[in-house]
Each structure stands twice: as C-alpha cells, then as structure tokens.
Write a protein that binds this ligand. Sequence first.
Ligand code: GLY
Length: 444
Amino acid sequence: MRIGLVGSGGREHALAKALAANRERDSLIVFANSINPGIQRLAHRMSLGSLSDSKAIANALTSEGVELVVIGPEAPLIAGTVDELRGRGILAVGPTRLQARLESDKSFMRDLLKRRVGWGSPQWCLARGRAEAQDFIHQIGEVAVKPLGLTGGKGVKVMGTQLAGEDEAVDYAAEWIARDGMVLLEERLVGEEFSRMVFASDNGFVPMPVAQDFKYAFDSDSGSMTGGMGSYTMADGTLPFLNDEDLRQADQLIGATLQAIAEDTGTPYRGVLYGQFMVTAKGIRLVEFNARFGDPEAINMMSLLQSDAPHLFMEVASGRVDKAIVDFAQKASVVRYLVPQVYPEALAGPLIFDFNEKEAEAAGLDVIFASVAPADGGRLQALGSRTLALVGLDSHPDVVARRMDSFLAAHLPDGLRYRRDIGAAQIIQQKIERMRILRLEGGV
Ligand code: GLY
C-alpha cells in the first residue's frame, strides 16, 4: 500500500518507522517542510512545502497514488488537509478543519465542554477587556492566561511561575486582548499532568497507555516552557499517581467530547484525540485537547505499538476501531530529547555535531531524528528546535533512564543537553508522594 505521511519532526519519524515497518508491502510518501534524515531514509518519495498548504499537500500525495494519509502536526489539520483529501476520495487519519478547532481555538473547546459535556474544565472566563480580566483574576486568585490560538506551547503563562502576581497577570492578559480582542483566563490548576491519547473512529475509541510529558526546559521543571523535553510510560499503561477513577473520568470526558464534536460537525472524528489532563485535589480537569498525537508522546506510543500500524490506521480512517487491533507492549518506555544548550532560545550560529546511531542501538536505545539536517562528512546539523530523541523500553522507566544516563555520559554530542530527571525513579516517587498529600488535603 502507498501511505502518505505529513510532517517532519520526531513524532513523524516515529510514525514513519511504524508505517514503513514492512517495506516490501508498503511504501511511504512523505510531505514535509524540511528534510528529516530519519524520515528521508524510510521514504519512497518526499516532497517539501508548507504544512499549512492543504492543496499542495493533497496534490503531492494524490499524484503519488496514496490510499491512506497519516497527518502528524496540527498545522495541516487546521488548514483542512483532511477535508481536502477526503474530498478527493483518499482516506485520512485526522480530524476535519472544524473538528481541529478543539485544538486551534481554546474558547471553542471550553464552550463545547460547557454546552455539551457539562464538566471537566477549571473555572474560566473569556475576557474581552482589561477590567473584565482584572475582576476574574481578583475573584479567582491564581490563573493561567491563555491566548486563544496556537503559540507552540509558549504563549500560556501561569501565575506563580511565569507571572509574579495579579498586576503582571492583568498586564499580560491585556496584551493579548489588544492583539486578539479577547483572552482565555483559567483557574490555575495544581497537581500532576498526564497525557491520555486515544484512537477514535465512528464506532468509539481505544485508549493508548497514559504518558507524562516534561514541558520545562531544565531538570526539576525549571526554565522556560518547551514543546516537551521527553516523556515516560509505565508497563501497566497507567501512571502510579493516578487511580482507576481518574482514568475512568478522563476516558469519559474524551468519549463525551468525541460524541459532541461528531454531532456538532455532522462527521465522525477519525484520528487521534489527545487529552492533556491535570489530576488535582478536586479530581481531574482538562488542561487542553490536541487533535493529533503529542510530541514526544507519539514516540513512546509508536515504540510500544505491536499492532500492524498501516492496518490500524487504515481501519481508523475507514470508520472502525477496536481493541482487538490495538496492541501495546506491556513495558515501560522513556523518551528524552537532546536539544541545543540554548533551547528554547534560538541558536546563535550553526551547530554541527557527530552522533553514532549504531552505538545508541548497541546500548539498547532507539534514535529518533527531529529538528536536524544532514551535514557534510556524515555529520549532523541541529536546526534549533528539539534535535533528536532517544527512546528505550524496559520493565520500569528508571531502568531505561539509567541506561540513557550511562550512554550519554560517553556519547552526548557537544553543544546538546537533555533532562536527566525524565523517567528517574526518584522523580516518579516524588510525584506519587505529592499527589498523596494533595488528595489528603482535598479529601479525594
Ligand atoms: N507534548 C505536548 C504536545 O504535543 O503538544
């Protein structure tokens, strides 16, 4: 089968590996906005262009005779690439343009939950003026200020971390009101975040293992917010600070949202829905929805997936999903991104480095390429964002974390760094203890 893949980051390299696992049977046709050396070597053909140009994407993929298209990033979904492909009779994994508003328009998402689901959101307010923002912030105490559109995870600011107090929060809210005419303000949530992604189609949804993403640039959640420095999963598919009721509620909220969006748009949601949740002292709350796989979480999932990925994605795109075709290894997984020292700030000049994949593989680690290009002499050039990821599987995340630490002690390329706490036993234990105390305080 000819399979189209859209995107060029680490998430898409992980998807490419799963989709091109049987290269005698399937060939991969890729549309990307830059050359990812990992994807390039798996692709039968590759075209470059804007990921927001749905017509160019559909033209490039249909001219290669693809039967199925898997879309990684949000930009092509928001641009209506699924609508464009389905209009040409091509099966696609991903929501339509209207459904992708679950991710691209935070006020749409909060409004949908309020109207159609009735629970799951923190207290929120769509402020259209400085005075309205000030009143809400004063009434709630601590808030998160969220621009309505996409800001690559860098526009959201939270009181107590990026915003020092009420005045700073009001000023920041006013900045976005001046720019967009409105801004979303939400009660600040305190607890532990988790990522629940599901494969969704006409007949329901099948959840993937729960992951935890580490968004801050440096160890102990310090520094700026990033796209995600890494993530881990446990062998039993849940996280040790969650209880059965937390997960049941998360899945219930996802199910109710899928039903509401299908009814409101008149089209079943066929793709991946990613709920980013916070478990708090008062129960779970939805932080945001993404209309796609998370990055890095997709790397965990594709490493754990044991099912035939082309068959699974074809079924989802055709309107069917069933537990029987979704099989994940019962192992823990850890993903850690290596990034430029200055990330998420921009590189001041070219960063060229050597990295030997075979040595990583010999240490039991798989290599995923992201924002990196081939350079002369078999070297690599970091392009500025997350450069490459290491992923490993074992009985517990800590086993993988230690393996990564000892490999990187000898092989970390000059100019790159990573977070050492992702997957480490001590950090997981701290999270369990923190949630235990929060639940005692909250009485849940
Ligand atoms: N891991 C967060 C995201 O993909 O948006």
